[in-house]
Structure formats: C-alpha cells, structure tokens
Design a protein around this ligand. Structure first.
Ligand code: 3HC
Length: 293
C-alpha cells in the first residue's frame, strides 16, 4: 500500500528558523499549523513572518495577493494536541537538548497517523538522540534549512542509524518536489556537511576580531569584495545568532575535539552578555533603530 502524499504539516517554534520554515511550507501551498509557547511568541513570530513576506514583495518575488494567501494558510496554536492530524511536523525550537527531547517525546504521543514524520531543524544535536525518545524512531529525520530559509535553496536531509529508507525517500520527495528545494543527504555527524565547513571559517573570523587583527567591518568587506561572498562572516554570524553559533561550535568541538571548532572567548563572552546578533539588536553590529545596520 502506498503512503499518502504529505499535505498536513506543522512547525514547532516560530523563531528565526521556525518562521522561515513556516513561510516555505505556506508558500508551497500547504496549510501550516505553527505551535508556539505563548501569545507573545505568536506576536513575535507573526512579526518575523510579516517582515520576511514584506521583503519578498519589495523584491518582486511575491504579489500582495500571494502574500495575503500565505498568511491565511498559517494557523498559530499553543496546544500540542492541535497537531494530532499532521503528517509531517518540523520541530524548530532553540538548540536545547532537554527541551527538544521532552517536546518530541510528547509530540510522538499526540500524532495519530502512524506514518507521520517528525523532522527537526537541529544543527547541533544528534538526530538519533532525538529519535530514540519518540515512539517512531524510524520516522525521525533531520531537515536542516539555511537562513533565510525562504531564500536559500538547500536542505540537508539527515537520517539517523534508526531512520528507515522509506522515511528518507518520503522526506526527500517532499522537500524536492513539494517545497522545490535541493536536497543533499548528510550523515548524522555534528555539523553535517555545510556547518562542518562553514564554522571553522566563521570562528576564525571571530578569533581575528578577538586578537585585534582586523575589525568586523574590515573582515566582512574583505570577504564580500575579495571573494564575492554575499555577506561577510561577522554579519553572517549575527544573522545565524551568536547563541546558535556557540551551540553548534560546542557540539562540533565535543564530537571531534579539534581546536578549529572551539568557540573563541570573545564569542562566548558576547553571548553571556546578551549580544546575540541580529535577533537581539546587537552582535558584531548594531541593529537597533539608531544603529549602523
Ligand atoms: N523572499 C524571496 N526572495 C528574497 C527575499 C525574500 N524574503 N529576500 C531576498 N530575496 C532574493 C532577492 O530577490 C535576490 O534574488 P535574485 O538574485 O533572484 O534577484 C536574492 O534573494 C538576494 O537578494 P539581494 O541581492 O537583494 O540581497 P539581500 O541583501 O536581500 O540578500 C541574503 C540577503 C539572501 C541573506 C544574502 O545576503 C545571503 O545569501 N547571505 C548569506 C546567507 C547564508 O550564508 N546563510 C547560511 C547560514 S548557515 C545556516 O543557516 C545553517 C545554520 O545551521 C547555522
């Protein structure tokens, strides 16, 4: 018997990644449930989505009427039970091992469809660790989008040692044919493929700021103008979020014990000081109203 196409989808969390993934799903014509923890989280999530959609309209990637239809397809809820009929749930909360484990354990009890897939956008936690706490370890995958998710075409798909081939094939078909993204399959190793290459570069740039080699502005200009990168490494770290950057670096350092993955002291101190990058208004750059960005 063939498993039905995935049509009923949900995203958990509406932060930087969750709002981007919700937008991608809704833009693909799907009705999306978005589970948030509170009314303020919903307000913030709606704000993020609105800003991104406005930008897409400004860039002529979206018409005003498409924008309205996309917003209409997104339903917010604070009740986990509202996800019971979903065929795919993409978990996109912060990189907190205990929080993700507890959430996925509860989620798997709620899902009624025995074929439902649980996907996680984690960049830092082994997929198998999250899969094991669910009632369906064979149907848990990593679905790693890149920020900003509505713009960047790649998705890394990660199967754990417990994921079934059928789940991988369904997830691949969904991401490729329904979402229109490009898939690469990555092993369940810290950093997968992209971050294992990207992070040593970002962390080196932060070390260069820390040791006074050059300012963020100079380093970023060097890479944008000298290497044609769309943005420099410090602006990119701010976009990713410096707390997320530390979490990913920590995970890779723990797994491989190589100094090139160790979070530089400047990065750790900035996070401890609440400077989390674009999302908090300040990181290597100032994003406040009076700031330079
Ligand atoms: N919706 C749709 N399209 C959009 C858009 C939106 N909201 N915003 C921008 N675009 C399109 C533009 O129309 C343009 O497309 P075109 O070339 O076909 O005209 C393209 O995106 C680029 O836009 P711009 O040239 O206007 O430049 P922007 O300043 O808007 O681009 C950016 C912003 C896309 C963020 C670009 O700077 C970029 O690609 N930066 C690098 C981001 C990156 O490397 N992300 C990966 C982070 S790593 C990660 O996420 C993994 C995690 O685990 C850490």
């Amino acid at each position: 018997m063939t498993v039905p196409e995935i049509e009923r989808v949900a995203v958990i969390g509406c932060g930087t990644m969750g709002s981007g993934v919700a937008e991608v799903l809704a833009r693909a014509g799907l009705e999306v449930h978005v589970l948030v923890s509170s009314a303020p989280s919903e307000r913030a999530g709606r704000g993020r989505l609105g800003k991104s959609l406005d930008r897409a309209v400004r860039k002529n990637k979206l018409t005003e009427s498409d924008r309205a239809a996309i917003v209409d397809r997104i339903r917010f809820t604070t009740e986990l039970g509202a996800l019971e009929d979903r065929q795919l749930v993409v978990e996109a909360i912060g990189e907190d091992d205990a929080a993700k484990t507890a959430l996925l354990r509860d989620l798997s009890k709620v899902l009624r469809d025995p074929d439902a897939i649980v996907a996680t956008t984690t960049s830092a936690i082994p997929i198998v660790r999250l899969a094991r706490v669910t009632d369906r370890p064979g149907q848990v995958v990593g679905m790693h989008f890149f920020n900003p998710a509505p713009v960047l075409p790649l998705v890394e798909l990660i199967g754990s040692v417990l994921t079934t081939d059928e789940t991988m094939a369904r997830a691949d078909h969904f991401v490729t044919d329904v979402l229109g993204k490009q898939v690469i399959e990555s092993p369940d190793r810290a950093g997968f493929v992209v971050n294992a290459l990207l992070f040593p570069y970002l962390l080196s740039a932060i070390r260069m700021v820390g040791d006074g080699t050059a300012t963020p502005e100079v380093i970023d200009r060097a890479m944008v103008k000298g290497c044609a990168h769309p943005m420099g490494p410090l602006a990119l770290a701010d976009l990713i979020g410096l707390d997320t950057t530390v979490a990913i670096a920590d995970a890779m350092y723990e797994e491989f014990k190589q100094p090139l993955y160790a979070p530089p002291p400047l990065l750790s101190r900035m996070v401890e000081g609440g400077l989390l990058g674009k999302k908090s208004g300040r990181g290597f750059y100032d994003y406040s109203e009076n700031g330079s960005r």
